[in-house]
Design a protein around this ligand. Structure first.
Ligand SMILES: NC(=O)c1ccc[n+]([C@@H]2O[C@H](COP(=O)([O-])OP(=O)(O)OC[C@H]3O[C@@H](n4cnc5c(N)ncnc54)[C@H](OP(=O)(O)O)[C@@H]3O)[C@@H](O)[C@H]2O)c1
Length: 300
């Protein structure tokens, strides 16, 4: 018996296995393409000849494969599924909240405990303070796996028993990053239109990251409390800034899709009477359009 079985020796699964091995844990690994599992033997892993053998070897089974469907394909196979009973399945493949709920139900049907996780890190960060792993699900499962999981990420956060919480926060973070990447690249176009270096722009933003972080924290508090009155800077001021972006794009002849999109949201917020509220009041427009889209079957 080993302490943990790891299923999936891709870039991330291999990093997870190595971090556990380097912190002194006994680990069994399995991968569909066995050549990717074999290098782990040099680090001290037991390489299982089959998924069923890997699952049978440990009380905790950590899965990190492409997605939840792949997980079910591997663990739902008739020679593997019976071995799950009485074990803890820790799902570290990326998914969404509904998949987490389905995964928990699926594990329970097979008499296994379940913990859902989201990795917010690159493989090279695993096992270091730079790695964040969010987990959610029934607390006994977290307590059982915590001594292992603490070795994977300096920032291991247990979000409680709501099993979809980890992947929900992962999706929410992805939303922020998506908009941030597009925003950064539009900023890069602005820099280039004025002959400025984009790497300097990136460095400058890295310097002001704590200020941006404080603003995001404030936005979160405003939306959570619903206290949109008495803003430090009103939505009106941000709307003016967005119109400056529209004008700059026009003058410089650069792509204007991002400013045009943001301008549309701010104009609707102003028209709806939110000009003197906190900029976070923009969420009222997003909520409203979501409702309208639902009524119109996905189109506005
Ligand atoms: N890499 C990152 O930076 C990162 C960051 C955060 C989260 N994650 C998440 O971690 C998970 C794994 O990512 P990765 O980077 O390790 O991907 P990867 O290197 O492409 O590895 C994918 C893994 O899934 C396995 N797999 C795929 N289809 C399969 C099937 N039908 N049957 C059996 N095994 C199958 C692969 O096995 P084979 O080797 O046999 O193909 C391999 O072990 C993903 O959910 C990803 O979103 C990754």
């Amino acid at each position: 018996m080993t302490e943990a079985a790891l299923i999936g020796m891709g870039a991330m699964g291999s990093a997870l296995a190595r971090a556990l091995l380097h912190s002194g844990h006994r680990v069994t690994v399995w991968n569909r393409t066995s050549a990717k599992a074999e290098p782990l033997a040099r680090d001290g892993a037991v390489v299982a000849p089959s998924a069923a053998a890997a699952v049978s070897a440990s009380p905790v089974v950590v899965v990190c494969v492409d997605n939840y469907e792949v997980t079910k394909t591997i663990l739902g196979a008739k020679e593997v599924a019976p071995a799950l009973a009485g074990r803890l399945l820790v799902q570290l493949s990326t998914g969404n909240p509904q998949e987490a709920r389905d995964g928990e139900a699926w594990a329970r049907e097979r008499k296994a405990d379940y913990l859902d996780g989201a990795i917010l890190a690159y493989p090279s960060d695993i096992g270091t303070p730079a790695a964040t792993i969010l987990v959610s699900g029934a607390e006994p499962g977290f307590r059982k796996s915590e001594p292992l999981l603490r070795n994977l990420a300096g920032n291991l956060t247990y979000l409680g028993e709501q099993v979809g919480a980890a992947s929900a926060l992962d999706c929410a973070t992805l939303s922020y990053l998506t908009a941030g990447i597009v925003g950064f690249l539009h900023g890069a176009l602005i820099c280039q239109s004025e002959g400025l270096r984009v790497d300097d722009f990136g460095s400058m933003l890295a310097e002001v990251t704590p200020v941006i972080g404080a603003e995001l924290k404030h936005l979160g508090e405003v939306v959570q409390s619903g206290a949109y009155e008495q803003p430090q800077a009103a939505l009106l001021a941000y709307a003016g800034a967005v119109e400056r972006l529209v004008g700059q794009a026009r003058d410089a002849g650069i792509n204007a899709e991002l400013p045009a999109f943001a301008s549309g949201l701010f104009r609707r917020a102003m028209a709806a009477g939110h000009a003197k509220e906190e900029v976070a009041a923009l969420i009222k427009v997003l909520r409203g359009s979501a409702l309208r889209e639902a009524r119109l079957g996905g189109t506005e």
